[in-house]
Structure formats: C-alpha cells, structure tokens
Design a binder for this molecule. Structure first.
Ligand SMILES: Nc1nc2c(c(=O)[nH]1)N[C@H]1C(S)=C(S)[C@@H](COP(=O)(O)OP(=O)(O)OC[C@H]3O[C@@H](n4cnc5c(=O)[nH]c(N)nc54)[C@H](O)[C@@H]3O)O[C@H]1N2
Ligand SMILES: Nc1nc2c(c(=O)[nH]1)N[C@H]1C(S)=C(S)[C@@H](COP(=O)(O)OP(=O)(O)OC[C@H]3O[C@@H](n4cnc5c(=O)[nH]c(N)nc54)[C@H](O)[C@@H]3O)O[C@H]1N2
Ligand code: SF4
Ligand SMILES: [Mo]
Length: 846
C-alpha cells in the first residue's frame, strides 16, 4: 500500500483513519484495579465456535448486547462444557477494530501486493447491483462458466444456499471448496482400507495406548477440549506415544517421542507392523490367525496365503509378502532415524494394549506428496491391532440427529445453466496425472490449490470471481501464484469480516458477519462418541453494516438478479422456503437466514416421535435456548461382520477398492495403472500399488543447495487462518513450544546453529525453490539436526494492524510459510502437500 491513509481505510472502511503503528498493546494485562467493578450480569446465549473443525457447541455471555465471554455449552457431550484457548479469542476477533464495517469498492485498477486498492465505501445496494450486472453479462454472452466461486471455511448447512445452489442455478461448474488445502489426504487412510472417507472419532475415555502420529491434538486437530480433558488419565493408566518430527505439545508430555525424519512415516509404520506380526502381537479377533496356530511371519520369509484364515480383514498375507517382510526395525531405523530398539519397544506397547489402542493419524502423515500411501500405512496399524470400532479404539462417525435437507432446486435450473455447468473444471481434477479419487472415484475430489494454476494458464477463464471466508493468497502453498492469478481477474468480490491478503485484490469487498455470534445456521459434528447439531445465532447486536454471505447476501443478490431479468434464484428461495412454525415465506434477507436455520433443524425441535439421544427439545424457542442436541452414543463394531464399505466388505490390507479406482482411471486414458502412477509422481509399480507401503520422500531442492528440511505445523492459537490480528494471539504466542511472543521464529537445532554461525535472535532469510521469507532464528533442541520447524500463521502483510509489522507499508510480521512451501500435491487425493519434508530450505543471516 502506498500510503498509510488508504491502508487504514481498507481496515476501517472509512476514508480518514490511518493505520497506527503495530504497538504491542493488549488489554489482557490492564492492572486489575483499573477495571471498573461491575457484577457479571448478562445472558449465556448458545452458539457454535468455528475456530477449528471441531465446531464446538458454546455459550457466549452477552452483556448489554455485547459478547464478553465464551464457554463450552454445558449440554455438550463432546467438550464437557469447556472451550480450548481459541474459543476465548472469539470476542477479540469479533470486535477487532480492523473489521470491515461497510461495503467498499476499489478505485485503483492496478492490483498487486503493496499497491493501494484505494477502496471507498459504497452501499449494499450499489455493491450487489454491480455484481448482478456483471453476472447478467455472463448469462447474455453464454459464458456463465466464467463465474468462479471459491469457498474457504463455511457453515455445513447454510453453505447449500450459496455453494450448493448459486453455481447450479446460475450455470457454472467452476465452484471449489478449500477442502484440498485442508486435510483431504487424511481421508484416504481409512477410506482405502475401511471404506470410510471421513474423520474418525476416538474412545479416549477407554483407550490404554494413544499414538498421536502427525498431529498434536492437545493444541490442534479436532476434539481439543476432549483431549485436554482425557489426556492426563491416559498418561496415568497407559502409554502415550508421539510421532512428530518436532517437539509438539503431546510429545512434550508423552512416554515416547519419536522425532521421525520427515516424510518417512510409511517406513516407520511398516517396521512397527513387522514387529507386530513377527512377534505375534496382532489382534486375532479382528484379523484372524494361522490355520495351524503357528506364526509363519518370519523376517524375510514369503508366507503362503492359504495358511492364514482372516476374519474381518482381507489381504494380510499379500501385504506381508509385498511390503512388510523385509521391514525389520533395523531397516526402519535406517529410513526413519528412529532407533530400532525404540521401534520395537513402541510396537510392543501398542500390541500389549491392543485392541484398546488409538492410532490417531493426522495431516503430518497424509498432507504430503504421495501422502495417500503413508496415510494407508499408518492407519492400517489400527486394523492389525483390532482397534477398529471397539471400546478404547478408533471409531467412524456416530449417527447424528436428523436434519432436513433444503428443497430441491432442480426445477429452477434452466437450459443456459445446464449448459454452463458442463465442461472442464478449472482445477484439473481427473486429468491423467491428477486422479483426485476421493471416495475411490477418479475425478471426484477437488484440487483447490490447482485453481490458481488453471487461472494462470488461461487468463480468460475467469470473468467474475466470488470468494467467501477464504484467504488463498496466504493460506495456500506457493501463495505467490495466487497473488498473480488474482491480480489478473477482471472482477473479484470478497465476502469476509476482516480484510486479508486476498482482499487486497478485490474489486468489491462485502463485510460478512462473524458467524459464531452474528449469523444463523446449524452446525453438525461429532466427538467423544456422539454426533450433534448445534445452533449459530445472532447472539449480539451487530456493530457494523455486515451481512451473512451464505444467506442474507444470497437473498439480496437474488433480488438484484430478478430485477435484471433472471428470477430463478429468487424464485427458488422465495417459493420453496417456509417457516416450519408459521408456514410464512421469507420476505427479507434476515428472515430468510433464520427460516433456513429453522428448516434445517425442525426434525430436532419439532420431532414427531422422541429422538434417540438427548432429552426432547420442545420447539424452536427451546432449541435456541439449549442450542444443541446430541444423538445416541456410538454403536460399536459398525463395520464388523462384512459391513465395511469396501469392495470386499472387509478391512482391506490389500485395497481392492483402490485397485478398482485406479483401473477405472487408467481405462479412461487407455493406459496402464503403472503409467498413471508414474505420471502422478508415485514410485510403486505392480501389486505394491494396492497395499499400504512406504514411498520415498519427494523433496523439492537438492540437499547441496537446500540442506535443511522444513517442518510446518499449526499454532495452538490459530483459529485456522483468522486470529493473527488478535492481540492475545501475539501476546500468548509463546504457548507454542519453542515460540516467542510478538515474534515469528524458525527453530533450528543448536548443532546446526553452531555449524552455520547462527544464534537465537538473529534475523534470517529462509529460501526454498518457491521463494524467500524472513523471520527470527531460535536455537532449540525440539528439532533434529538437518531439519527446521516453523509454525504456520505469522507473516501476514495485510491482515490488520496487529498481524502485520506495518500494515500501512505491507510489511509482514515474520514470514508466511506458504511463500516457501512448494505447490505440490498428493495426486491420488488432490490434496495440497504441506508436510512430509518435501521442501528443502537454506537459512542465512539477513
Ligand atoms: N502452511 C500452512 N498452510 C495452511 C495450513 C497449515 O497448517 N500450514 N492449514 C490449512 C488448513 S487445514 C486450512 S482449513 C486452510 C484455511 O485457509 P482458508 O480456507 O483460506 O481460510 P482462512 O485463512 O482460515 O480464512 C481467512 C478469512 O476468513 C475470514 N473470516 C473469519 N471469520 C469469518 C466468518 O465468521 N465468516 C466469514 N465469511 N469469513 C470469516 C477472514 O476475514 C479471512 O479473510 O489453511 C491451510 N493452510
Ligand atoms: N490450533 C488449531 N487447531 C486446528 C486448526 C487451527 O487452525 N489451529 N485448524 C483445524 C483444521 S481446519 C484442520 S484441517 C485440522 C488439522 O489437523 P492438525 O492435526 O492440526 O494438522 P497440522 O497442523 O497440519 O498437523 C501437522 C502435524 O504433523 C507434524 N508433521 C509435520 N511433518 C511431519 C511428518 O513428515 N511426519 C509426521 N509424523 N508428522 C509431521 C507437525 O509437526 C504437526 O504436529 O486442525 C483443526 N484444528
Ligand atoms: S477452536 Fe475448535 S476446539 Fe477450540 S473451542 Fe473452537 S471449535 Fe472448539
Ligand atoms: Mo483445515
């Protein structure tokens, strides 16, 4: 940004305020006596936190219309009435003085980092009129497919009114979710072995061995409040094992920390499986046994498949013969750098606790190039240990309370829309080298990060770009590509509560509600054995001229489109939506928003028969008050007895499910599966491709030029990418192991520091094949020599006065990891790589 004045304008939505210097001011430490004493009067209003994907049911203390405190909903069976530290950031994030307060339009046509957009305030009417005009031009020119919609985070229900219907009724196939930069590859582990392409639940109450592998659930992942609650007891009664290349929160408290060489998870899993099999520690009830009772799993030996009788599983002996038989602990040590004795010890502890073992496999394993196979290898251990769907083990989603789907929109899809929805998608899914086979169906998974490449390759492909709750110019690896791609978009509308890096490229900025306390929707999730639905409600008085993007803005946009001659979207909303209590159709945007939430949740609060689970909810008012409803406890052994959703209906150590998907993809391109694997960057050929196995680390940058391996992970305080402008985030940053408050540090082993002549506090540059960033150095024993770790979340250059070092000058506080992480994929899932040691870096004194 050229001047401080306009940068201030961007942040505040008014023309005259300049951005103050980023002084570390925080109200957390105002002396006690300075606070006016007043009794805590107010109301606890139920809502839902979306600070991470746990989507906790919460209550917000509302005093005089203002949110002042947050706690877990006491009815919650998942969070026990507690939030994690990030839940407490809600009031600060919502009342962030840098929020966008009114709609704005760009007056500087030139777009780029550090170029002042010269935003000026406009009315909602003008903003939506302009958008509708641009959209109508596409309808007239037969180019509806040049409308591209991308969502970042979203509400799981009201997203249907935007993501689900706008593209369909208007006529574009180019709508994309952020899922593939999130954790999609993880789903391939349980998906290709067990037929469950979803996030798992864990019986932490009963487990005797917790293995946190590529995840740090005391600080991130899902179910943080439940983990914090259960963790101390597991430590006391059982064994906690952390497999993480850096000293995570769990690692610091675990009995065993395995600081694995990044990206070698498949090898470590193989070596553990080898010990479990050779020492006879597999779970016989789930996996079965040798027919004559004698263990023939002897290192190096081929086993006759006919000698083993499997029960709930399929292909164990094939897996052994193809992959495991030579993966001794000594071999595992060579590849993973974890001592053979520790591999053995850990495998025995897991075997001894089986089946009450949880192997909690996270993005650190899966979100890497070739991550599908690592995810399968680590997840398959749950199969060997028999922990699938049993007490103290790993569960699929419990069945949740019923929700009503929205009415079908098909009758409102005209010929233009039908034609526009066909055609190739910009993300390249299903290309020969991008199988993206979520649910084992080739071409069915989104390839979020590849949209930028699609836009750069074909600059005419996008004419109108709409995005919500997103910040891809920061949150996606190879972030610089997004800056370029967005700069070339002729018309971009960003709908967010706070202006971010991506907003700098917008033509129109629409201030969104902060969903947890200003919007309406129904949020669903599960954890601790229960699935639940939880309300989000407009709990507080809105301070600014904001609207909820998925509901209110859609209604108003539909009105504008109707006025310009395209009524289908409006007719769908106005004719099909009715208040389930009164039968009244919505007449305003706000009514539409609340009616949509009521329709979704009516089966809960207007149930004809008592539902399984919580005590009955008696009407909408009662639901608003209680805020949530949990379904019954998980029923064990869901997939046992031939009920897994795989090709064989068994737990597949040899994945017929994957084989079928790959065969289908190969057939489409009239080639072999081996050819597909080759062009997609995998190493396995032949039968090995169908079993969980180790694929060598794919590394961008030679060891000579980029000697250090980069480790990325999440902050305990990151509300996904959205909390860096909160003063408490900066003040408490030191809660992330090794980190320093109000700073951004890259952590290096002191041995490497001595070699390179670097010391703590030095300002350094980190350079990879993708780019260079700058931050502070910290010498720390929590990473092994040859690797460096840096927390994701800092390095914002345009997310407000606190997040940036100098917002007015676009100077970041530290550096964004995504400017050095290379744009690469696990192509079987379409997921973006951020873990697995795939980016080599060099570090120099700045
Ligand atoms: N290097 C690295 N990169 C990562 C990750 C990592 O661990 N390391 N994590 C990845 C993961 S798991 C994910 S899910 C993605 C997330 O990345 P994205 O999907 O891009 O989402 P965020 O960055 O969380 O979203 C930021 C935007 O959300 C807006 N916002 C905040 N609250 C609300 C609200 O209530 N309503 C609306 N409409 N907007 C809101 C803010 O104004 C901001 O513009 O990042 C990924 N990127
Ligand atoms: N605090 C916090 N919690 C969150 C979120 C958040 O933003 N902040 N976001 C939510 C979202 S959207 C998602 S998708 C989930 C993601 O779930 P998380 O489990 O939070 O995912 P990541 O932070 O990506 O986890 C990466 C972990 O793997 C480790 N790791 C890195 N490379 C390797 C490797 O090669 N091998 C192994 N074994 N480990 C490795 C990292 O050190 C880190 O501990 O978290 C959710 N929870
Ligand atoms: S950030 Fe996640 S775990 Fe923490 S309170 Fe919010 S939804 Fe729950
Ligand atoms: Mo995510």
């Amino acid at each position: 940004m050229a001047t401080g004045v306009s940068a201030g304008c961007l942040a505040t939505g008014c023309a005259s305020v300049s951005a103050p210097a980023a002084a570390p001011l925080t109200s957390a430490f105002i002396p006690r006596q300075a606070r006016p004493s007043r009794p805590a009067q107010g109301q606890w209003v139920a809502s839902t936190c979306q600070g991470c994907t746990q989507w906790c049911a919460i209550q917000i203390l509302v005093q005089d219309g203002r949110a002042t405190r947050v706690r877990g909903n006491p009815l919650s069976k998942t969070n026990h009435g507690y939030v994690c530290p990030r839940g407490h950031l809600i009031p600060q994030q919502m009342y962030d003085p840098d929020r966008i307060k009114v709609p704005m339009k760009r007056t500087n046509p030139v777009k780029g980092r550090g170029i002042d957009p010269k935003f000026v305030p406009i009315s909602w009417d003008e903003a939506l009129d302009t958008l509708a005009e641009k959209m109508m031009a596409l309808r007239k020119s037969g180019e509806t497919h040049k409308l591209v919609y991308m969502r970042g985070r979203y509400s799981p229900t009201s997203t249907e009114l935007l993501y689900g219907t706008l593209p369909k009724v208007f006529g574009t196939g180019n709508y994309f979710s952020h899922s593939a930069i999130c954790a999609e590859a993880e789903k391939m582990g349980p998906g290709l072995t067990q037929g469950f392409f979803g996030y798992r639940d864990y019986d932490l109450e009963k487990t005797n061995c917790l293995v946190c592998w590529g995840t740090d659930p005391l600080a991130s992942n899902r179910m943080v409040p439940n983990t914090m609650n259960r963790f101390p007891d597991i430590v006391k009664r059982g064994t906690v094992i952390a497999v993480d290349p850096r000293l995570s929160n769990v690692a610091a408290k675990a009995h065993e920390w395995l600081p694995i060489s990044p990206g070698t998870d498949g090898a470590l899993a193989g070596a553990i499986a080898h010990v479990l099999l050779t020492e006879g520690l597999w779970n016989r009830e789930f996996v079965g046994d040798f027919k004559d009772g004698k263990n023939l799993f002897v290192a190096g030996q081929i086993v006759d498949e006919a000698a083993f009788a499997e029960k709930e599983s399929y292909g164990l002996v094939k897996w052994w013969n193809l992959e495991l038989r030579n993966q001794t602990p000594a071999w595992g040590e060579q590849v993973s750098l974890i001592p053979a004795a520790q591999i053995q010890r850990v495998a025995r502890a897991m075997g001894k606790a089986a089946p009450r073992v949880v192997v909690w496999m996270g993005p650190g394993v899966a979100m890497s190039p070739r991550g599908t196979y690592a995810a399968m290898a680590v997840y398959a251990l749950n199969g060997l240990l028999g922990s699938i769907d049993v007490e103290g083990g790993v569960w699929q989603s419990p069945s949740g309370p019923p929700l009503a789907p929205f009415p079908k929109a098909d009758a409102y899809v005209d010929e233009i829309a039908k034609a526009g929805s066909k055609g190739k998608k910009l993300d390249g899914r299903g290309a020969k080298d991008m199988p993206a086979m979520m649910n084992a169906k080739p071409g069915s998974g989104v390839v979020t990060n590849n949209v930028a490449n699609g836009m750069l390759k074909d600059p005419g492909a996008v004419k109108v770009f709409i995005s919500t709750w997103s910040n891809f110019a920061f949150s996606a690896t190879g972030a610089q590509r997004w800056e370029k791609a967005l700069a070339a978009v002729p018309f971009f509308v960003h709908m967010v509560p706070s202006a971010s890096e991506m907003t700098q490229f917008a033509d129109i900025v629409l201030p969104s509600t902060f969903n947890s306390a200003e919007g309406w929707s129904i949020v669903t999730n599960m954890g601790n054995g229960h699935a639940y639905a939880s309300i989000q409600q407009g709990a507080i008085k809105r301070l600014w001229d904001v609207k909820q993007e998925e509901t209110e803005v859609m209604w108003l946009l539909a009105e504008k489109l109707k006025a310009k001659g395209f009524a289908n979207l409006f007719d769908y909303y106005a004719k099909e939506f009715k208040d389930p209590e009164t039968g009244k159709a919505p007449t305003t945007a706000l009514e539409f928003s609340e009616i949509a939430a009521k329709m979704t949740s009516a089966p809960i609060w207007a149930a004809k028969e008592p539902l399984k689970g919580d005590a009955p909810i008696l009407g909408w008012a009662d639901f608003k008050k209680k805020g949530m409803f949990s379904g019954p406890r998980y029923t064990l052994k869901k997939g046992w007895g031939g009920k897994f959703a795989t090709e064989t209906k068994k737990f597949e150590f040899y994945s017929e499910t994957l084989k079928k998907g790959l065969a289908e993809h190969a057939k489409k391109y009239e080639t072999s599966i081996d050819d597909i694997l080759g062009v997609s960057g995998y190493v396995a050929r032949g039968e090995l491709a169908f079993v969980p196995h180790y694929e060598p680390v794919k590394r961008h940058g030679s060891v000579q030029d980029f000697p250090l391996t980069f480790i990325d992970y999440k902050s305990r305080l990151n509300r996904e990418g959205r909390s860096a402008n909160v003063p408490w985030y900066q003040e408490f940053k030191k809660v992330d192991p090794g980190d320093v408050s109000w700073s951004d540090v890259v952590k290096m082993n002191p041995k490497d520091g001595a070699k390179l002549g670097l010391k703590s506090g030095d300002t350094v540059t980190i350079t990879s094949m993708a780019g260079t960033i700058s931050c502070q150095l910290k010498l720390w024993e929590g990473v092994r020599p040859g690797t460096v770790a840096k927390c994701y979340g800092q390095g914002h250059w345009a997310y407000g006065r606190v997040a940036a070092q100098d917002f007015g000058k676009a100077t970041p506080r530290g550096g964004n990891n995504n400017e050095i992480l290379v744009d690469d994929y696990d192509r079987l899932s379409g997921a973006t790589a951020r873990n697995g040691g795939f980016t080599g870096v060099r570090i120099q004194k700045a």
